[in-house]
Design a protein around this ligand. Structure first.
Ligand code: GUN
Ligand code: FE
Length: 450
């Protein structure tokens, strides 16, 4: 059974969220009141004076477990067709051999439409209510992705990818820095003036792909545009040995300090990967209020290292999770959260059994599933500076309903009643079939039962 449109309604159920990193809050038998635009108006626990009255008209969701919708901070939308393929080369070879040729094909809108449509629908079905997308270097298919995100009702932040450096393939690059900046500006105007986007659920993002793909002129121009338009910014930062070494060679500085110099590090900047950032870089990113999109699944293929997540969090760096489709071959933030815990444990203990235990790992690196849950939800919201990822007044009602009993799903409960034990099972074992329904701004937008 689906619950449908929840705008202007109240709903009673068990809600899990993690507003603070490291702690999970359970709101049992709690009524959430949603206003007509999909914003949470009130969260009423059973001891609240208004509860008894509110619960009589509330929709009953007590046979579900409710989580905030997931925030995916790093998706390459045009790479979806090669998900689970072409992971046999290092990053710099993979880009030229498989990825740029695939992305270039999206200039054909008939090629782009069904692929973008399937991606948005699948991400919603997997519980991703907000996605931060790299589109392609071409303007028209990037507009199409914005249209489709609006049609599906997903919260989407989308960037036309800037690649104006002459080292990019001749058939897949911006003709000049001026043209790249003009197209970026056109896309910002297109999204902001779109008649289907009056509520601003889709946002434009300034998107220099990464330093190797951009000229200094483009990086400088995009920094100025970010200041002028007050847009989000996304790029890749210090991802692999090769990518990290590139900026050191070209500029004699790290990606982080170069991006700061070009005006690209701000409160609404998301840096994908950032595996090789130094302690000093972490300080710079934290002071700017920028965020890291941690992509543990992708990093296993392309990064040459594990992102020191715990150290970055302890230094005040905002962070959330990314699938990095298709660098990561799994389109689910559940899997990103699981991998976050797993790789942090490997970093903590080390991996080379030939070394003595005391020399093997990096003590103090492990994070818990509670931290991963925070990063997947509230942390993603903080990274984007958007009121999403938690159940609190003033936040958007972006949520997923978990059906823990469906025989098609991965969850098996054997009489557990402790909510935190159930949540742990949900986080580790839920599959797509367990995601019964998904809401963005209170609108029902997907799920196995819809
Ligand atoms: N660096 C530049 N482009 C890309 C990309 O598409 N994927 C990943 N993982 N890293 C990149
Ligand atoms: Fe990426």
């Amino acid at each position: 059974m689906t619950l449908g449109d929840l705008r202007g309604r109240s709903i009673v159920g068990t809600w899990f969220h993690a507003p603070q990193e490291g702690t999970i809050e359970v709101l049992e038998d709690t009524v959430i009141v949603i206003d007509a635009s999909g914003v949470i108006e009130a969260v009423l626990a059973p001891d609240h004076p208004a509860y008894d009255r509110a619960v009589t008209t509330a929709i009953d969701a007590t046979d579900r477990f409710m989580l905030p919708g997931f925030v995916d901070l790093h998706v390459h939308a045009p790479q979806y067709p090669q998900l689970g393929q072409a992971l046999d080369e290092p990053l710099e070879v993979w880009l030229g051999k498989y990825t740029f040729p695939l992305e270039a094909r999206y200039a054909d809108l008939d090629f782009a439409r069904p692929r973008y449509d399937a991606l948005v629908a699948d991400l919603l079905a997997n519980g991703t209510t907000t996605a931060l997308y790299f589109a392609t270097a071409d303007l028209e298919p990037t507009k199409l992705l914005a249209d489709l995100a609006m049609a599906h009702g997903q919260r989407a932040l989308i960037g036309k990818v800037v690649m104006d450096h002459p080292s990019n393939p001749p058939g897949y690059r911006d003709s000049s820095a001026t043209a790249a900046i003009a197209d970026t500006r056109s896309f910002i105007d297109y999204v902001r003036a779109h008649p289907g986007n009056a509520d601003g659920r889709v946002l434009p993002v300034i998107t220099p792909r990464f330093i190797p793909s951009c000229t200094d002129e483009a990086l400088r121009g995009l920094g100025a545009l970010a200041r002028e338009c007050q847009c989000h910014v996304q790029t890749h930062c210090s991802e692999s040995d090769w990518a990290h070494g590139y900026a050191l060679e070209r500029f004699g500085e790290t990606d982080t300090t170069a991006l700061e110099r070009f005006g690209l590090l701000g409160r609404k900047t998301v840096l994908a990967h950032s595996n090789f950032i130094t302690d000093e870089n972490m300080g710079t990113i934290a002071r700017a209020g920028s965020a890291v999109a941690h992509c543990p699944v992708s990093n296993a293929y392309f990064a040459n290292a594990v992102f020191p997540l715990r150290r970055a969090l302890d230094r005040g760096v905002h962070a959330g999770l990314g699938t990095d489709i298709s660098g990561g071959p799994i389109a689910s933030i559940f899997d990103a959260a699981r991998a976050t815990v797993q790789v942090s444990r490997m970093l903590e203990t080390g991996v080379d059994s030939a070394l003595p235990q005391a020399e093997r790992g990096l003590p103090g690196s492990a994070v818990t599933i509670a931290t991963a849950f925070h990063l997947a939800t509230a942390g993603g919201g903080i990274a984007l500076d958007l009121p999403i990822g938690r159940f609190a007044p003033g936040y958007r009602f972006d949520a997923i309903a978990i059906d823990s009993a469906t025989p098609d799903g991965g969850i098996r409960l054997f009489g557990e009643t402790a909510p935190l034990a159930i949540l742990e099972k949900i986080l580790y074992t839920a599959s797509r079939a367990n995601i019964a329904e998904v809401w963005v701004d209170g609108r029902s937008v997907g799920g196995a039962k819809s």
